[in-house]
Design a protein around this ligand. Sequence first.
Ligand code: G1P
Length: 319
Amino acid sequence: MSSNSIADVKVSAGSVRHGVVPAAGRGTRFLPATKAVPKEMLPIVDRPAIEVVVEEATRAGLDDLLFITAANKQAIEDHFDAAPDLELALRNGNKTKLLESIERYKQYTRIHSIRQGHPQGLGHAVFQAYHHVGDNPFAVLLPDDLMHAEDPVLQKMIAVREQIGGSVVALLEVTPQQATAYGSAAVTNIPLETNGLGDVEGLQEGDVFRLDKIVEKPPVDEVLSEYASVGRFVLDPKVFKILETLPPGRSGEIQLTDSFQRLIELPADQGGGVTGVVIRGRRFDTGDKLGYLQALVEMGLEHDELGADFRKFLQGLDL
Ligand code: G1P
C-alpha cells in the first residue's frame, strides 16, 4: 500500500457511485487506546486507518462516501477537512511534503457524514444512509477491515454486480472457530464461463459463489462452510426496504447479515440474489490488537521512506 499521490486515478463512471462507511462503533476490542481516540483514527504507520479505506474507495471509482459516525468521533471529520493554521505553518516553513500529506484529502472521493444517534447494530447503521443513497446500488466499507491495495476486491465486486445484478459480499476462507466471529455462508460455486464473469479483470476460477444461506456469528457447530462474509459489500438498494422493518437478531442488534438472508430469498427481478467474491490478497482486522500489529508490520515494511530501515531493524531482532 503506497502513500503515493492518487491524483492520477481516473474516477470511472461506473454503476456503483455511492459508498457507506459505518464508523460509529465503540472500539471495545481495542480499549484502552480507543477510550478517547476513534479506532478508525489509529495510525497505519503515518496515516489513520480510515484514510487507507477512503483511498481504496476512491480507487474503486466511488465518487460519494457517507460516514456513519457517533458523538465522540469528530476527529474523523477533522481529518478530511482543511486545517488552515497547520497549513500556513507548514507553508511558511517550506515543509512541502508534509503539507501535501495533510492536503491529500482533496484528491479523495467527496465525503459526507451523519450520526447514528442510538446505535442498534450494523444493519441500523447502514439504514441511516437510506435518504442519502436513495434508489442506487452502493458499496459498504467496514473501516476495521483493511484490504491490501494489491487485491482490489471492491472493484471486482462492483464488476460482478454489473454482470449478475443483485448484491455482492466479500468472502474470506476461515476455520470453523474463526467463522463464529463473522457472517457464515453456505455457497455454490459459479463458473466464470457463465454470466460474462470471465470478462471481469482479476477474477480466478473458484472466486465467485452464489450464497444459498447466511447466518450471523453462529456457534461453531452451526458454521455453514469455510467461507465468511467480511467488510466489503455491494448492495442493491432493495436492502433499505428490508432493513426498515428487520427485527433485531444476534446480540439483540439489527444485523446486516440478516438482511442478506432476506435478499437471498428474494427473486432476482425484485433486487434479490447475493453473490460472494473471495478475497485472495492480504486483509487485516485493524479493530483487533493482533490484526492491527500485523497491518503495522506489513505496511511498515512497504512504506516508501521507512520500509528499508524498518526491515533492517526487524532482521536484527533476536527472535
Ligand atoms: C460485522 C458483521 C459480520 C461480518 C464482520 C466482518 O461484525 O456483523 O457479519 O462478518 O463485520 O468483519 P463485527 O466485526 O462488526 O462484529
